[in-house]
Design a protein around this ligand. Structure first.
Ligand SMILES: Cc1ncc(COP(=O)(O)O)c(C=O)c1O
Length: 395
């Protein structure tokens, strides 16, 4: 029998590293935009497991694919190729930059690959080692990705930092130009900073970075861990800006809940990797994870996912702007597609708690920001329901 909430709280306190708060409600079931907790309460989920279950919880196509694959072959290691990986790589390449793909397990691991690529490339281009990154960015919890993350609080007590990162202001092209040296091999950024507070890049900034990288011979690398797979209304967020990176990572939503991530490189850059030597990952791209990935892509190609995401994004922004007229607590509304930030400042904690009490799950980001990450298949009725709850929760 599943223990009750109090028993789980006690087990958590005794046996789990407290990297997270024990946070009720304890979720036991999900379907589409809905979650149910251990006590049977139903929630409207506008967090999607932090942008992971973007097709909704337990998407039938993904469930079927992993059920079938798990009964056939779950893992064989990358010593042997599996029948799904190359097919998924082709799809991701076609939807991406026409590049080559390396499969990993998490966003941080995929970003490590980008950082390695930058250094491998830099070592063949005048011993360049340094990467320009940005304040309020978030790239992961490994030591390299923490050094790249422009929020030093996350690496407190973990010195020495990995060297070779220069952090500058986001959306400030001049600051980037001033930071470039003969040692700079790459610029790494999120096309929309999500964790840092939902700050989209400007068109001028993105075009300027592409030009700068071309002029100064540097790689332009995007972290699309959170923005990828339709979250901003295009398959990848860089597609809004009419430019292409030399490489990019993506993770969260590729497996719709099964851990899967990847980085994709311009085809000529992929030659930096030598079999069995330069990089590897025991679990990266297992038959099971890539079966989930193929089912996710299939849903994108056949279920009108992007069209719905864009339609609902427009509707949600419109409804939120109407709320802003009514509630001075809303200082700003930002974002792209279905990655939306509402600047609430001191009203944040209370509003988030009241939303939860009333059955709507939302996230926070950066300083004073409520973050909404609904399913890309969210319905108009669900948006209306969320808006009514937020309206009631706001001061
Ligand atoms: C933009 C970005 N990069 C990297 C990461 C780290 O991903 P993971 O937690 O899968 O390592 C995150 C996680 O939130 C993220 O939002």
């Amino acid at each position: 029998m599943t223990p009750n909430q109090d028993e789980l709280r006690a087990l958590y306190a005794e046996y789990m590293v407290p990297a997270y708060n024990f946070s009720a409600p304890i979720m036991v079931r999900g379907e589409g935009s809905r979650l149910w907790d251990i006590e049977g309460k139903r929630y409207l989920d506008f967090t999607t497991g932090i942008s992971v279950c973007s097709l909704g919880h337990c998407h039938p196509g993904v469930v079927k694919a992993i059920q079938e694959q798990s009964a056939t072959l779950m893992h064989c290691s990358n010593v042997f190729c599996n029948a799904n990986g190359p097919r998924l790589a082709k799809k991701l390449s076609e939807h991406g930059i026409g590049g080559k793909v390396f499969f990993a397990n998490s966003g941080a691991e995929a970003n490590e690959g980008l950082i390695k690529t930058a250094r491998l490339w830099g070592s063949q281009h005048g011993e360049k080692t340094d990467i320009i990154v940005f304040h309020t960015s978030f790239h992961g919890r490994t030591l390299a990705t923490l050094a790249a993350t422009g929020q030093p609080i996350f690496r407190n007590g973990m010195a020495p930092d990995m060297p070779g990162f220069t952090t500058v202001e986001y959306n400030n092209l001049q600051a980037v130009k001033d930071a470039v040296t003969s040692k700079t091999c790459a610029i790494l950024l999120e096309p929309l900073q999500a964790e840092g507070g939902v700050f989209p890049a400007t068109q001028e900034f993105m075009t300027g970075l592409r030009q700068l990288c071309d002029e100064k011979e540097m790689l332009l690398l995007f972290d699309e861990v959170q923005t990828g797979m339709g979250r901003t209304g295009t398959f990848f967020a860089f597609q809004h800006f009419g430019i292409k990176p030399d490489g990019f990572s993506t993770a969260k939503a590729i497996g719709n809940g099964i851990p899967l991530a990847c980085f994709q490189l311009r085809k000529d850059l992929a030659d930096l990797y030598k079999p069995g030597l330069t990089h590897g990952s025991t679990f990266g791209g297992t038959p099971l994870a890539t079966a989930a990935g193929l089912a996710v892509i299939e849903a994108f190609e056949t279920e009108g996912v992007l069209a719905n995401a864009n339609q609902q994004s427009e509707y949600l922004f419109q409804k939120l702007r109407a709320l802003q007229q009514k509630h001075p607590a809303i200082k700003d509304i930002r974002g792209m597609g279905l990655l939306i930030g509402i600047q609430l400042d001191e009203a944040l904690a209370d509003t988030v708690a009241k939303c939860r009490e009333n059955g709507l799950l939302v996230l926070t980001a950066g300083k004073g920001v409520m973050r909404l990450l609904p399913s890309l298949k969210v319905t108009t009725e669900e948006v209306d329901e969320a808006i009514a709850i937020i309206d009631k929760a706001l001061p």
